[in-house]
Design a protein around this ligand. Structure first.
Ligand code: PEP
Length: 248
């Protein structure tokens, strides 16, 4: 396990209605004494009530995306300030599903990260290669490009978390080898330190892509892995608590 305090963050994506908030209650009960930070990013409609249920338990609630503007004529979008107002503490930006479904590029992701900071949110910024990149042996080059284009100047460990999420590993049950995960994370850490200075080694690096209770105990101890960003296995508290247990 890396020296940075682990963060286990769940991304419910477009899953969940009010009935599913029983999972938040179960997490609140289950994380007491956990030796890591824990977050859930539910759909925007559930942030306020999830945050109320999380209370001061230590479970952080966040958004899955934000607009760059604080308000205005942007139908269907959510401002970072609205996430904060609803009780959110963090926001995910640059998820590969946003990049693919909505054509979001690095410059927009960077602006969204800055919007998250403007609202006082911790930003989880996602990067990761496609299967085609991987086959062409371009993984580390792609990560360098995405980091250079999407991480804003002034990034510090208390404001930014980077999630390495190979696109081909998301929701597929596939994961890179432990050696490949470690190599990607070491590369990301090196890039952040080279650009931002030695204190950037404190920026937490999460692995995301088919993390389950069964593989978390192999992935989380890798030297440059500071936690996980979890999709499917965050929907049930029992599964997510199994991953949290592997982080402690
Ligand atoms: C994700 O979407 O961020 C993710 C990692 O999904 P899953 O865990 O389901 O692969």
């Amino acid at each position: 396990m890396a020296v940075n305090r682990p963060l286990i963050a769940g991304n419910w994506k477009m899953n969940g209605v009010r009935a599913n908030l029983a999972e938040i209650d179960a997490l609140v009960a289950g994380i007491a004494g956990a030796d890591c930070d824990v977050a859930i990013c539910p759909p925007a409609t559930l942030i306020s009530e999830a945050a109320g249920r999380a209370g001061d338990s230590g479970l952080m609630i966040g958004g899955q995306d934000c607009h760059t503007a604080a308000n205005g004529a942007h139908t269907g979008d959510t401002a970072a300030e609205m996430i904060a107002d609803a009780g959110g503490k963090l926001v995910i930006v640059g998820h590969s599903e946003r990049r693919a479904d909505h054509g979001e590029g690095d410059a927009l992701v960077r602006a969204k990260a800055e919007a998250g900071w403007r609202a006082g949110l911790l930003v989880i910024l996602c990067v990761g290669e496609t299967e085609a990149h991987r086959r062409a042996d371009q993984t580390l080059d792609v990560l360098s490009q995405q980091l250079a284009g999407s991480v804003p100047d002034g990034a510090t460990a208390d404001k930014l978390v980077v999630a390495y999420e190979p696109v081909w590993a998301i929701g597929t049950g596939l994961t890179p080898s432990n050696d490949d995960i470690q190599a990607a994370h070491a590369h990301i850490r090196g890039e952040l330190v080279a650009r931002l200075g030695p204190e950037a080694a404190g920026i937490r690096l999460l692995y995301g892509g088919s993390v389950k209770p069964g593989n978390a105990s192999e992935i989380l101890p890798l030297p440059d892995v500071d936690g996980a960003l979890v999709g499917g296995a965050s929907l049930k508290a029992a599964d997510f608590l199994g991953i949290i247990a592997a982080a402690g």
